[in-house]
Design a protein around this ligand. Structure first.
Ligand SMILES: Cc1ncc(COP(=O)(O)O)c(C=O)c1O
Length: 327
């Protein structure tokens, strides 16, 4: 069970220091609030199978992607990926997050530097970094979800690159989710400007047919998900399947044997219905179930061959804050 503090008492990393969430104040002039000029990551940490420590999944890769997103928006991130991993494990220890947790790093344009005129711009604006960590269990629906194809197209790379996790770009995803949930679906699958499948609101899409697996490629206006890469490795190592990265037409979804989504939040979730049509038999397929099982073990450190994905937090050796206070 988590011993997490109330939200305002939680530790956050903010502008170079660990402070209580309730003590963080951002001004109404915060540039990223006005123009969506921030970038972020979503990272999961899992209680290990022995219940002794917590393991951050693909920590370094998330921070390398964060750095890439920062370069696009000219955000000056003052910490290296390794430093950010260390800050993250320290944050989890401080919050004593012993169960599954979610980490949200955010790098954003803060305020105009002296002499910079008011307006939309990337240069002459300071950068701020905040990292939050909160308890978050597995909300994946093993029985699968129902999706609708969105009438909102995924923003093209020529307008707002989906390969970077830019805060402002998520208004596109929010429109798609809003439309899908209003229609009674669990999530939206967005097409790109070419009419091919791009991705779900916060997850990549995989399609299985006759033992072959395909997923939209890097040129399909998608975020290159870290779970996507992990799943490609699992499919290669466990099932000898090489995933084809290629354009996936909408019709291929309707006629697939299995469709599943991958993402940090949803992890691996079967899609059992799209636009009212059952996928395969309308229940999670065997390949989806197999990789879900492997993934769930791997993220908790149970499979030595995937240990390079796990960064131990060091909770076992960390003193609990309450105990320390009375020592
Ligand atoms: C738009 C979008 N696509 C895909 C993903 C999946 O990426 P990852 O597996 O790195 O979490 C996410 C979540 O981060 C996302 O927001």
């Amino acid at each position: 069970m988590s011993t997490a503090a109330a939200p305002a008492d939680r530790w956050v990393f903010h502008q170079g220091a660990f402070v209580r969430a309730g003590d963080v104040a951002l001004g109404a002039g915060t540039q990223a609030l006005h123009y969506g000029t921030g970038v972020f990551e979503g990272i999961r940490a899992y209680a290990d199978t022995e219940g002794r420590d917590s393991l951050v999944f693909k920590a370094r890769e998330h921070y390398e992607r964060l750095h890439a997103s920062c370069r696009l928006l000219r955000l000056d991130l003052p910490h290296t990926p390794d430093e950010l991993v260390e800050i993250t494990t320290e944050l989890i220890r401080r919050n004593d997050l012993r169960g599954d947790a979610y980490i949200r790093p955010l790098v954003y344009k803060l305020s105009l530097e002296p002499g910079t005129p008011f307006g939309v711009r990337l240069r002459g604006v300071s950068t701020s970094v905040s990292i939050l960590a909160l308890p978050m269990g597995d909300y994946t629906r093993a029985e699968g979800i129902r999706c609708g194809i969105s009438s909102w197209r995924r923003v093209p790379d020529t307008s707002l690159p989906a390969r970077a996790k830019i805060t402002g770009a998520y208004a596109n995803n929010a429109l798609a989710v809003d439309e899908a949930t209003a229609a009674g679906y669990d999530d939206a699958i967005m097409l790109n400007q070419q009419g091919s499948v791009a991705e779900a609101s916060t997850a990549n899409v995989f399609v299985v047919r006759d033992g072959q697996v395909a997923t939209p490629g890097a040129d399909a206006d998608i975020l290159l998900g870290l779970t996507r890469t992990a799943v490609m490795r699992i499919l290669a190592e466990e099932a000898g399947i090489t995933v084809a990265e290629r354009a996936v037409p909408r019709s291929e979804l309707y006629t697939a044997d299995e469709v599943f989504l991958t993402g940090t939040g949803c992890q691996i979730v079967p899609v059992v219905e799209i636009d009212g049509r059952p996928i395969g038999a309308g229940i999670p397929g065997p390949l989806t179930r197999q990789i879900r099982e492997v993934y769930q073990q791997a993220v908790r450190g149970a499979l030595p061959r995937y240990r390079d994905w796990n960064t131990p937090v060091g909770l076992a050796s960390a003193a609990k804050p309450a105990a320390a206070a009375h020592a």
